[in-house]
Write a protein that binds this ligand. Structure first.
Ligand code: PSV
Ligand code: MN
Length: 408
């Protein structure tokens, strides 16, 4: 199977061009595991450096115009209006913009027993105030996307009243929804474990969906690919949420065991393809790539990875290229042939149709398309040739000198 030529090919490539991917500020910084961190000389140490790195990824790939920010990590000045405006202007000067706003209600000591589910009303209020402040930051930056992840949960049976905590979570999320600006959307992320090990207050997509429905029409579900128990059929969840009008966005990453935050498609590219197959199938039903933006599902595609060993920018570019390739493969599934095979219960043919698209090598086609858009055909090779990483390492590395055998 080949990339289609003519109008059909142009439609598919136009859909690929509309497929924008948000990169996360934290993916450019030094991160580690709970056992330690190995620092990289070129890793970003400030929001300005993270934005510069994100802009480099966008310059080379042409599809990553926005950067997710984590409020406490990226607005060290406390989020004053002057600081927010400066960061937004800095992003604009680099050719990118601030994307989803991620409040942080999990690091402060106050949240030991939970944030919106804390039994102390003052802590619940404090968490809400921080989320309201994050909405204000979004408004000042020109971002209308709020992404909410809660570490709330318990470690032991009997530790807390699960139903009561559910009600507090629901109450808080309704208040957040009421504060959204007119064009605002809030995405609710779920995760079955970590940091809580017995129960998480929003453990799965069903809970996130129920809470989103209660919160209001502009609350949707965020699917982080690392936030499922082994063996979970993520594409089924995605299909179900699409059909409910409840799929709001993705956090892309890959995993072998838990929430490993490995680069997307590195472990199971076929799983990512099966997920995109559901999206492409739903968009086909809405009119197909030829229908233009009206067929596109309103979904935010975001990366959420921790590059503790791979060089950060290379990891990000590799991820973006993989996501583009696999999304394009899903657009190639012959929907009519698939439907016909399904209608006659021809399982072998149906799987063959899906697999034909998966095995299509789209890399040369994308490279050619990039050339036609004045982008480097191989963004990763172009990055390696650019000398950007060496320059960043020379500027940033000296600030990270080891002290007494340990890095400061
Ligand atoms: C939590 O595991 C998570 O997936 C959330 O999206 C956080 O905002 C992000 O990782 C960064 O820690
Ligand atoms: Mn996430």
């Amino acid at each position: 199977m080949q990339l289609p030529r003519g109008a059909a090919g142009a439609d598919v490539l136009a859909r690929l061009d509309r497929f924008v991917i948000e990169t996360p500020s934290w993916g450019y910084a030094d991160t580690g595991t709970r056992f330690g961190k190995f620092l990289q000389d070129a890793a970003a140490t400030s929001i300005d450096e993270k934005l510069a790195d994100a802009a480099e990824v966008h310059r080379l790939t042409g599809c990553c115009p926005s950067v997710a920010v984590h409020v406490l990590w990226d607005f060290p000045g406390g989020g004053s209006e002057a600081e927010i405006r400066r960061i937004a202007a800095r992003a604009a000067s680099l050719g990118v913009r601030v994307g989803s706003i991620n409040p942080n209600v999990f690091e402060d000591q106050a949240y030991k027993w939970g944030s919106l589910t804390n039994r102390d009303p003052e802590v619940r209020r404090r968490a809400l105030d921080h989320i309201f402040d994050s909405i204000r930051i979004g408004e000042l930056c020109g971002s209308n996307l709020l992404t909410l992840w809660f570490a709330d949960g318990t470690n032991y049976p009997g530790q807390a009243d699960l139903r009561q905590r559910k009600r507090w979570m629901s109450e808080g999320l309704r208040e957040v929804h009421a504060r959204l600006p007119a064009d605002g959307t809030m995405l609710i992320e779920y995760k079955p474990f970590e940091p809580a090990f017995y129960h998480s207050d929003i453990a799965d997509w069903g809970m996130a969906h129920a809470l989103a429905k209660e919160a209001g029409p502009r609350a949707k579900v965020l699917v982080d690919l690392g936030h499922h128990l082994p063996g979970c059929n993520i594409e089924h969840i995605v299909a179900f949420l699409i059909d409910e009008g409840a799929l709001g966005g993705f956090h892309f990453n890959d995993r072998k065991y838990a929430d490993d935050d490995l680069t997307t498609g590195s472990i199971d590219p076929y799983q990512l393809f099966r997920i995109f197959n559901e999206i492409a199938g739903a968009e086909h039903e809405r009119g197909g790539p030829g229908a233009g933006t009206s067929a596109d599902l309103p979904v935010a595609y975001m990366i959420d990875q921790s590059h503790n060993l791979k060089p950060k920018i290379e990891a990000m570019i590799q991820t973006v290229m993989t996501v583009q390739e696999i999304f394009l493969k899903a657009l190639l599934v012959d929907r009519d042939a698939l439907r016909r095979a399904q209608d006659r219960e021809d399982l072998v043919a149906a799987e063959g149709v899906v697999k034909d698209a998966f095995w299509t090598d789209v890399r040369e086609g994308i490279a050619e398309h990039r050339r036609s858009r004045d982008l480097p055909p191989d963004p990763l090779a172009a990055f390696r040739e650019s000398g950007y990483a060496a320059r960043a390492a020379a500027q940033r590395g000296p600030r990270k000198k080891p002290e007494g055998g340990r890095y400061a």
